[in-house]
Ligand binder design. Structure first.
Ligand code: SF4
Length: 715
């Protein structure tokens, strides 16, 4: 009898154990929507099972896409780095943190002594939290005193950010809250594939459509987003600026100008009008290859709408004239007065998880926190006072991300710290970048995995994942969001901010980096941003635990600013600027040797260089390798069958990927996603020409040729 009771107790306990589960709140680390979720851990005797359960918030409204559902798979992956690794005789060996930190400090000191203070550079990322992005900027300027810091957001938001700053006096991804989208009567999505890049935003557009909105998609491919459109404009890659000029011309010719708005709230209309009047529609049609009647229909639908929204993204921004293209669309917005009202606005949809906050707090070559300028005397004085240094001690502006790689190649930068980025895969002309990196005297990479960049490092530092790292990010709407830590850190992993503080201490700069929590860093960030364009002063952790707050938010009682420019723009005179800029693309052209336009982008299952998503079994199974989307007629002309390996060559090199027929892509264009390394690494062949205004590379257009590769396994 006693034995039976004991057995019963045992089995009941086991049952309880089997049923036990814990749930912790977190936020998807990938795109700029920042969907919230609970990571549920089920313990089934000795096994553990995880699942992501979406939770509600006013941005994603309880939605989660494929990537968010499976994000934990990389964070829990057995390949996570758990200890610092130093390269000895070409192989990585385990070292202790103390040894690693001492080595970094020693190499920084010797490199700066031998080659100058600017010879040590810092390369950050748009997925770092606000606190880490802020601290990285401070670390470069205060601990290293180097002018060379930039980040992968240069490849993401630089064109739109520069254009919005110049046009509006302020750059925030969206001028309106997402909840304004269903209020618009016409929506133009120019170079943005929301359905694959920010899937949980799609219901905003479905709702708009249900409300009768007319949706126009501008893209060389009929993407999943274009499938939603009432009108698809499949322009020739790289001609977005010309298309926007054409739309502006129709608006002007057919009387859709909001003269009162233009008079009261803008500067430069007369010059723009004169410029546009001289443009011939035939030229626009020739350049863009979009029929005139479609351009006119798009312009009329936009001009007639009582409220309308234009949203752009990397499709038009990652060009040598990305800045000009965004300014041309902003001209259209200003000419019709479609901004500053519910349902009327402009936006550039951020790509990276913290693409917004990452660009506001100082990891960009020319910026100080709060969107201040590193060349502005008053801004320098203010930030120097917050940091407790003399303004003259702050370095001047450095160069952009790719230009840093060129300086590495030229031997001017000889030491580099990479944090939260994988430039060997994500840079344009990446084969050059990989070679350049090998010239460094010292490369230290902080990452969760042995990424392609980390493989080249002298020292690799293991960092925490989104599940372990508490902090804030600023989402696509300009809303500051708090992400709690959901799990303990594994192994000897440190947070990025802890690493920066520890190196600063080793360099004798510890008094500037006394932080013991992300919240302490955020509180200094609030102060540093105070009075700046991106003013976070009124945002606190205590508040963020209850709500997501739109910046600017200058004090604790301020409600935040969901909709910008309702009364005035952010230039000192309160007026927005029209721009007169060239719109005829001077870009790498096709010819008889390289007859196709190669364009690149994202796919639903992957994120950036794929370091994380390629390690997620569910995401990797969804799309295990790069493919080239090619029109079947084009493919057949070159003897390329579906699923065949294709050799893609540009003036810089070659990549090999499998073909995927797509009869919704232009016959003169091929598309390859950029998430893979190795043979399928398309950034090995993309163009490193840079936009003169913002130094954005021309990822979205270069000339290419294709031929089939004999594939014994498939053909
Ligand atoms: Fe949400 Fe973006 Fe993550 Fe998908 S990838 S779950 S849309 S944050």
């Amino acid at each position: 009898m006693a034995m039976t009771n004991e057995l019963l107790r045992y089995f009941r306990a086991k049952e309880k154990e089997r049923a036990s589960e814990t749930a912790a709140a977190t936020q998807c680390p990938f795109c700029s929507v920042q969907c919230t979720l609970q990571l549920v851990e089920e313990r089934i005797v000795e096994r553990r099972r995880y699942k992501a359960v979406p939770t509600d918030n006013p941005t994603s409204n309880g939605r989660l896409c494929l990537k968010g559902m499976n994000a934990h798979q990389h964070a829990l992956h057995p390949e996570r780095l758990l200890v610092p690794l130093a390269k000895v005789d070409g192989r990585f060996v385990r070292v202790g943190w103390e040894e690693a930190l001492s080595l970094i400090a020693e190499r920084i000191i010797s490199i700066q002594k031998e080659d100058g203070v600017d010879a040590f550079a810092v390369y950050g990322g748009g997925s770092l939290t606000n606190e880490e992005a802020y601290l990285l900027g401070k670390f470069a300027r205060v601990a290293l005193k180097t002018r060379h810091i930039d980040y992968n957001g240069r490849f993401c938001m630089s064109a739109a950010a520069a254009a919005m700053n110049d046009a509006f006096g302020l750059d925030r991804g969206l001028t309106n809250p997402l909840s304004d989208i269903p209020l618009a009567q016409t929506i133009i999505l120019a170079g943005t594939n929301v359905a694959e890049c920010q899937p949980t935003l799609m219901p905003y557009f479905y709702e708009a459509k249900k409300n009768g909105a007319f949706i126009i998609v501008v893209d060389p491919r009929e993407t999943k987003t274009a499938a939603l459109a009432d009108l698809h404009l499949p322009l020739k890659p790289g001609t977005d600026a010309a298309l926007a000029v054409g739309i502006g011309k129709v608006l002007l010719d057919e009387g859709y100008i909001d003269e009162a708005f233009v008079r009261e709230r803008t500067v430069g209309f007369a010059e723009w009008k004169q410029h546009i009047e001289a443009v011939e529609m035939d030229e626009i049609v020739r350049l863009t290859d979009v029929p005139e009647e479609k351009i006119r229909l798009a312009a009329r639908k936009y001009g007639e709408a009582a409220d309308a929204i234009v949203l752009t993204a990397r499709g038009l921004e990652q060009q040598t004239d990305g800045y000009a293209a965004v300014r041309q669309w902003i001209n259209v917005v200003l000419a019709t007065g479609n901004i500053g009202r519910p349902g009327s606005g402009f936006g550039s949809i951020t790509g990276q998880g913290n693409g917004q906050g990452g660009r506001e707090h100082g990891q960009k070559a020319d910026q100080l926190p709060g969107y201040r300028s590193i060349e502005h005397p008053q801004h320098r004085r203010y930030i120097a006072s917050v940091w407790g240094v003399a303004p003259d001690e702050l370095p001047r502006k450095g160069v952009s991300a790719y230009e840093m790689m060129q300086k590495i190649g030229a031997g001017e930068i000889t030491g580099l710290l990479v944090m939260g980025s994988n430039p060997v895969v994500s840079s344009p002309n990446a084969a050059f970048v990989a070679k350049a990196m090998q010239k460094l005297k010292f490369l230290v990479v902080a990452d969760m995995f042995l990424s392609e960049t980390a493989e080249l490092a002298d020292l690799v530092l293991p960092v925490s994942s989104y599940l372990e790292d508490e902090g804030t990010v600023t989402n696509v709407e300009g809303r500051v969001c708090f992400r709690p830590a959901a799990r303990k850190r594994p192994g000897e992993v440190k947070h990025d901010w802890e690493i920066l503080c520890a190196i600063a201490h080793k360099l004798g700069k510890g008094r500037f980096f006394p932080f013991t929590s992300a919240e302490e860093i955020f509180n200094e960030l609030r102060l540093a941003s105070r009075g700046g364009k991106a003013d976070y002063y009124g945002v606190t952790y205590e508040r963020l635990r209850r709500e997501r707050v739109y910046w600017p938010c200058p004090d604790a009682h301020h409600p935040g600013t969901p909709r910008l420019f309702t009364e005035r723009f952010a230039h000192p005179d309160g007026k927005a600027r029209f721009a007169v800029l060239p719109f005829r693309p001077e870009k790498e052209e096709t010819d008889e040797w390289y007859p196709f336009y190669l364009t690149t982008g994202r796919v639903l299952a992957h994120y950036l260089s794929g370091t994380q998503t390629r390690r997620s079994p569910a995401l990797s199974a969804r799309q295990p390798e790069a493919v080239v989307e090619i029109h079947p007629r084009t493919a057949k002309r070159y003897g390329i069958g579906p699923g065949m390996l294709v050799h893609i060559e540009t003036r810089r090199g070659a990549a090999v990927v499998r073909s995927r027929y797509n009869d919704q892509i232009r016959e003169d264009t091929i598309f390859v996603p950029f998430h893979w390394s190795g043979l399928g690494q398309i950034n090995n062949v993309t163009s490193d020409e840079l936009d003169p205004h913002c130094r954005m590379p021309a990822f979205k257009r270069c000339a290419a040729r294709v031929r089939p590769v004999v594939d014994l396994g498939r053909n």
